[in-house]
Design a protein around this ligand. Structure first.
Ligand code: BMA
Length: 309
């Protein structure tokens, strides 16, 4: 079957499944992705048999075949102020490298709802928690890999409308702890594939034409939510300004694994890697069950964004 979308699924999909983990788990999905030395790393959301998730690293030499570590990288914290907000679950991490530090933004669930917290590592052996970054309910936080006007910058998705809908915002910080100067960046597009809610996916990637943001968009249908991926370009100096936004989704559920898992009709990304040769690898969770890979040329994605303005 010809692939209709710009992102092409890798023939090895799914590239990581629950059965590969060293103990019984329910599912592996929505992984952060980065390169570390010669290796590719996925920091996966792994849901155990009780229904709680932790963050579990898997390593690869080729970006396709991954081996999970023997133990999870991060489980809910024992120390405050993290303990209170992490009691239930750690979910949907994103990794941004700034200098030689890898920052991890991750969703933490507790009886207070969901917040996003920040941790850091330099070796992917030990992880240091930095701060609780947001109030509830705010997730889909992606950190820019460079300072913007001398400040750290993040995209996030506060829940601004009921029921549970929201837009992508940007805010800034001098120390990664206290965030302010918030501005709206992107809204759902009325009567389009991302009409209900949107949220940041992979951390922004610098391109000559702007920050490439691969995001998820949701439409409500007769069979529930339909999660797809889209792309936008944000101005390099003033990233609250949209330079281009692809009119069409760049990946939609259509492969068997996108329908067959715990939550059907879902493709959801938390990480993409731009290779030196211009290939972009987008790692995504399918049906909240397995990890998959899709690729395309970065220049094609940029062109699609610029056509859509
Ligand atoms: C979102 C997040 C994701 C999940 C998606 C589809 O709200 O919880 O982790 O993949 O729903 O269930």
């Amino acid at each position: 079957m010809a692939e209709s979308h710009i992102l092409k699924r890798h023939p090895a999909n799914p590239i990581l499944v629950a059965e590969q983990f060293p103990r019984p788990v329910n599912s592996v999905f929505n992984a952060a992705a980065t390169k570390f030395g010669d290796q590719y790393l996925l920091l996966n959301r792994v849901e155990d048999l009780t229904g709680s998730s932790c963050l579990w690293l898997a390593r690869s030499d080729d970006g396709i075949h991954f081996t999970p570590d023997p133990e999870p990288a991060m489980i809910p914290a024992e120390e405050e102020p993290f303990r209170t907000v992490e009691r239930f679950s750690l979910e949907d991490a994103r990794i941004t490298q700034i200098g030689d530090i890898f920052y991890i933004t991750y969703v933490a669930y507790s009886k207070y709802g969901c917040v996003t917290s920040l941790a850091r590592t330099q070796d992917f052996q030990t992880y240091e928690r930095v701060a609780v970054m947001t109030l509830p309910d705010n997730k889909d936080v992606v950190l820019f890999p460079e300072l913007i006007g001398g400040r750290y910058a993040k995209l996030d998705r506060p829940m601004t409308r009921q029921p549970s809908s929201g837009d992508i915002w940007i805010s800034f910080s001098e120390d990664l702890v206290y965030w302010g100067d918030p501005r709206p960046v992107m809204k759902p597009q009325p009567r389009k594939w991302d009409e209900f809610k949107i949220g940041g996916g992979a951390p922004p990637i610098r391109t000559p034409d702007g920050w490439l943001e691969i995001y998820h968009g949701v439409r409500t249908t007769a069979s529930g939510f339909l999660y797809r991926l889209g792309a936008a370009l944000l101005d390099l100096e003033e990233p609250w300004r949209i330079v281009g936004r692809a009119a069409e989704a760049i990946l939609s559920p259509s492969a068997p694994e996108d329908f067959k898992g715990n939550v059907g009709n879902v493709v959801f990304t938390c990480g993409a890697i731009l290779e030196a040769d211009g290939e972009i690898k987008v790692y995504y969770g399918a049906a909240d069950q397995v990890m998959c890979l899709a690729t395309c040329r970065v220049e094609d994605l940029i062109a699609l964004c610029l056509q859509g303005v």
